[in-house]
Design a protein around this ligand. Structure first.
Ligand code: ADP
Length: 276
């Protein structure tokens, strides 16, 4: 990287290593053929990033696409639970095999490697980042049309390594109405731009609560401003996901693939179209 790096390759004439972000990209396992990789990011934890990842994977899988989820949220993994996965990952002749959900979504997560799923991972960033990279290089993913990467929240060490090491086709940003008015989304947008990764869509989670009696939509966490924001940043796909007990219940019971209503089906279609 140049001494005078502005992190904006479009306005810089230096010919340095960061100009080609693909230079640090690692090769996947020789028996993995992964067509598209989408990273799901959020500015902070608890906004529904894993929920969004799981719903997107369930959407892709329900359309007959070979689907995988890499749970890069090493210190707060929640993907296996949402898919009802209790098995441990097994080692094969060639490497580690992902665990498959009831409907065939392939999952790799720290939780399927730990002896007890409630064991904490008390590791420094570099080790965590190395583990995520190994999820890409050492796991035998096989044929995959869509891999969704559940990123750790924020813009720290691990997301940076993932962006640099994996050939990410685009990102989906998850936020709540509260964060939209703050700077959190702006930071995620800027990080994606610095890494030259397209932003495919934005999900406003916990966007509203629909009254079961009168059907009125209540803006529990403030008025939605996601459409204006998507326009401002030129983000093509937008989804508004309500606070819905069905989502919490299915996630807790490991039945995210059996939702009555998956709010991200159309959103996934848009993303799929934009990547064709
Ligand atoms: P993150 O990955 O951003 O930390 P999670 O996806 O784990 O957040 O969600 C945090 C909690 O909120 C989980 O218990 C999840 O089931 C619940 N949750 C997320 N989104 C919704 C929603 N739209 N309606 C109801 N519960 C939700």
């Amino acid at each position: 990287m140049s001494e005078n790096c502005t992190h904006d390759c479009s306005s810089c004439k230096e010919n340095c290593s960061s100009r080609d972000p693909k230079s640090l990209i690692k090769k996947p396992h020789k028996k993995s053929k992964i067509k598209k990789v989408i990273a799901v990011v959020s500015g902070k934890g608890g906004v529904g990033k894993s929920m969004t990842t799981a719903m997107l994977a369930a959407s892709a899988n329900s359309k007959g696409l070979f689907t995988a989820v890499m749970d890069a949220d090493i210190s707060g993994p929640s993907i296996p639970k949402m898919f009802g996965i209790k098995d441990h990952a097994m080692g094969g002749e060639d490497g580690i095999l992902p665990v498959e959900s009831k409907y065939g979504v392939k999952v790799m997560s720290m939780n399927v490697l730990l002896d007890n799923e409630d064991d904490p991972v008390v590791w420094r960033g570099a080790l965590i980042a190395g583990t995520v990279t190994q999820f890409w290089t050492d796991v035998v993913w096989g044929e995959v049309d869509y891999m969704f990467v559940d990123m750790p929240p924020g813009t720290g060490d691990v997301p940076l390594t993932v962006f640099q090491s994996l050939p990410i086709d685009g990102i989906v940003i998850v936020t709540t109405p509260q964060d939209l008015v703050g700077m959190i989304v702006g930071k995620a947008v800027k990080m994606a731009r610095m890494m030259n990764v397209p932003i495919l869509g934005i999900v406003e989670n916990m966007s509203y609560l629909q009254c079961p009696d009168c059907g009125r939509k209540l803006s529990v966490f403030g008025e939605s401003s996601v459409d204006a924001l998507a326009l401002e940043y030129g983000i093509p796909a937008v989804a508004k996901v309500p606070i819905d007990q069905q989502l919490t219940k299915c996630a807790d019971l490991g039945k995210i693939e059996e939702l009555n209503e998956n709010y991200l089906l159309n959103f996934f279609d848009k993303i799929n179209d934009s990547l064709k």
